[in-house]
Design a protein. Sequence first.
Length: 162
Amino acid sequence: MFTRFCAILAKTCMFIAVGGLVAIIVAVITQVIGRYVFNDTPTWAEALALVLVLYVTMLGAAVGVRDAGHIGMESLLVLVPEKVRLKIEYLIHVLVAGFGGAMAWNTGYLATAVMDQKIPTLGISEGFTYLPLMIAGCLIMLFSVEHIIALFRGVDVEPSWH
């Protein structure tokens, strides 16, 4: 049930990221048309595209952790005995979870520190630029725990797109 929840969450993140990519394309096209066709660049388009890039990349990175789409050390792990390989895999997932936790905690702190400041061209809080990193950190922790549980049970985490 936990794995099913994580798979649905990962798929949802990817759909949101794809929607974000479409929005980035629309914002950039709007900026280009405004600049070269109407000679009046919309001030919000570039800032919006930059904020959206953060959401797209951070959600994609979190899903990459779950679906093992990140760069790994599998080539080295096949050379070690099974017992050692299992311990190294546990260590890797614990370290990745720790990284996700540190990322979530520290960017949460940064988001609260700049929450009163506004992005002038968008009129939204500067804290929204740190929110995707905090969300991704939490997701990375969650997905790493899923991998640890799967290792303990002796099963593989099925990628969310299967």
